[in-house]
Design a protein around this ligand. Structure first.
Ligand SMILES: *Cc1c(COP(=O)(O)O)cnc(C)c1O
Length: 227
């Protein structure tokens, strides 16, 4: 069998195992196949095999892939987004995982309104303490972003995303993932809104993310191989 399909099936069965170990319902975690840097043919092959949702981290690359691939694919933009790329992001993505400022939310809302599109949005939180990572760092900024999303008619606020420190130990990883879940619980109460989605976990740490309640794991390397 094709190595790509084999890796994908192994990832799905590892996810099912982690759900079982965590006492969670089978199928409660969705797999996003992170296809950045890999060719459209790989995405087409996985889509044919049954993988519906793909993640890209650059708007330009997302755009070039949506142009040639099946319109049935569900696209998730997971990388840092700049305001000047929002129109293209809105045009090509169904989900944006990396909203992290009021300015960006405003720009996304305007673009979505102009294009008469509705978009699913996650707020990215910076919880790992790693300097290089993007995301919202303080409570005041988080509340301001939440309030702005509540007023944005074309943006469906669905939950939160985070990235854990690369190569950290189990304790540290789980602390980051549980912090995202706890912040979500707090914001659901604060805004009186269901925020069910937790996008957390990558190739190196997704079983721990599932134990802490991830509803979407973003897996690249374990499926496509090294970039
Ligand atoms: C690349 C990327 C991933 C996937 O990382 P792997 O370690 O290859 O699984 C997940 N999330 C984001 C935001 C990424 O940029």
């Amino acid at each position: 069998m094709n190595i790509l399909i084999e890796n994908w099936q192994k990832t799905l069965s590892d996810i099912a195992e982690a759900e079982k170990a965590a006492g969670r319902a089978q199928g409660s975690t969705r797999l996003l196949a992170v296809s950045k840097t890999f060719p459209a043919e790989d995405i087409a092959a996985l889509y044919q095999a049954g993988q519906k949702a793909f993640g890209e981290n650059r708007v330009q690359e997302l755009e070039s892939k949506t142009a040639v691939l099946d319109p049935g694919i569900e696209w998730h933009l997971i990388g840092h987004l700049q305001s000047n790329k929002c129109a293209k992001a809105v045009k090509n993505a169904h989900w944006i995982h990396s909203a992290d400022s009021v300015k960006l939310i405003d720009t996304l809302e305007k673009a979505a309104s102009l294009q008469e599109k509705k978009l699913n949005i996650l707020l990215e939180l910076h919880l790992s303490g790693e300097e290089s990572k993007e995301g919202i760092r303080d409570e005041a900024a988080l509340l301001a972003c939440g309030e702005r999303l509540m007023q944005s008619a074309h943006l469906n606020w669905k939950g939160f995303m985070t990235m854990a420190a690369f190569g950290a130990d189990e304790y540290t990883l789980r602390k980051t993932f549980s912090a995202l879940r706890e912040k979500r619980d707090e914001m659901e109460k604060r805004f009186g809104l269901a925020l069910p989605e937790l996008s957390m976990g990558m190739s190196g740490d997704y079983p721990y993310a599932i134990m802490e309640g991830a509803t979407m794991v973003r897996v690249g390397t374990a499926i496509f191989g090294r970039r």
